[in-house]
Design a protein around this ligand. Structure first.
Ligand SMILES: Cc1ncc(COP(=O)(O)O)c(C=O)c1O
Length: 346
């Protein structure tokens, strides 16, 4: 597949902005920096960050066993997803394909950028409908968004389905792996070298417990990463977030412990919710949330809210009528929820 042909002509021709850090990116070096109109007095954050934090990128590259030039960091994975749309989709001409029920930002990003969003519903098992996807795709279909594990359904897409789409879809296939650390299925990272049209997004917001610092990661071929680097804002990842992430990555053991605890919490909630009469169905999950079908989602949502517990009513999404999405909390929070659900039964 020729990635160059998928890039918007304006972006291909673009001469990107070059910042002081592009010219010289050795912040730690003993140099006299008079190049970026910064304040010279040391506040620990008086200097601009690197255009892309190479220390963090090198660390992630080693951890994930990819090359540093296959990584781009963003202000959350939402920024990365937006960059993908803006680099490859020509407003008013190209289209993206999304598979509802799924993460709502794909649709919003398409709308913001005046890109048609072609929706192909997941099937009853929340798996992609391959033949329908390939049928709606045309030569203007630049991006197919696969969210696996999927939000809000919680399941992963089967390896067979993803492979078929990777082979047959003629545009970019973005696999959003925001919840991959909770999943028993392996990441698709190993496939980057085999499929030049594959882009993987991951985030520090879920298992890593750092939603507040906004770090998202994009893994793709060097060619795709170069295009995204061309259009991102000069200093899109701030110094404090870089420090905090580097610190977190030196302690992967705590991450694993947190994930194990969240999985235990998930098992506990699923077991306890099975006996709640107004919960009609509990969908299997490979994430840190559980989708449940109840008798009346609006009513149950309101009742929980009255007791100061906030969940998400996903009823507006196709195939999710009367469904609530419940994030797994601490064991205290999970017990509090179960106690209340039992009380509401009476
Ligand atoms: C599937 C999915 N992708 C991406 C995101 C956004 O992640 P980030 O915090 O990295 O922007 C979310 C957030 O809920 C999500 O559910």
């Amino acid at each position: 597949m020729d990635i160059q042909k998928l890039i918007r002509p304006t972006i291909k021709a673009l001469a990107p902005y070059t910042s002081a850090r592009d010219d010289f990116d050795q912040i730690g070096a003993k140099m006299t920096f008079l190049d970026a109109n910064e304040n010279p007095f040391d506040t620990t954050v008086n200097r601009y960050p690197s255009v892309q934090p190479f220390q963090l990128i090198n660390k992630l590259a080693a951890l994930k066993q990819v090359s540093p030039n296959q990584i781009l960091l963003g202000n959350g994975s939402d920024e990365v997803l937006d960059l993908i749309v803006r680099a490859f989709c020509e407003p008013g001409i190209d289209n993206v394909i999304t598979l509802p029920p799924t993460y709502g930002m794909y649709k919003v990003l398409a709308a913001i950028n005046n890109i048609e969003n072609r929706e192909v519903l997941l099937n009853r098992n929340f798996q992609p409908n391959i033949s329908a996807i390939l049928q709606v795709a045309d030569s203007y279909s630049k991006v197919l968004f696969l969210c696996s594990p999927n939000n809000p359904t919680g399941n992963v897409f089967s390896v067979k389905n993803v492979l078929e789409l990777l082979k047959k879809f003629k545009g970019l296939v973005v696999i959003d792996e925001a919840y991959i650390d909770f999943s028993s299925q392996e990441s698709w990272l190993n496939a980057i070298d085999d499929y030049p049209n594959l882009i993987i997004t991951q985030t520090m917001s879920k298992a890593y417990g750092m939603a507040g610092i906004r770090i998202g990661v994009c893994y793709a071929s060097k060619e795709i990463i170069e295009v995204l680097n061309k259009i991102k804002a000069p200093y899109n990842v701030n110094v404090l977030s870089i420090y905090k992430t580097l610190e977190k990555l030196t302690n992967i053991a705590t991450l694993k412990k947190d994930v194990a605890k969240i999985k235990e919490g998930s098992t506990f909630l699923i077991e306890e919710m099975q006996s709640i009469s107004f919960i009609k169905k509990i969908y299997p999950t490979e994430t840190n949330f559980i989708l449940v079908k109840v008798d009346n989602a609006a009513k149950r949502y309101q009742q929980l809210l009255e007791h100061k517990i906030v969940v998400r009513d996903r009823s507006s999404q196709p195939l999710c009528n009367n469904c609530l999405r419940i994030t797994v909390g601490t064991q205290t929070q999970n017990k509090q929820l179960v106690k209340l659900l039992k009380k509401l039964e009476l």
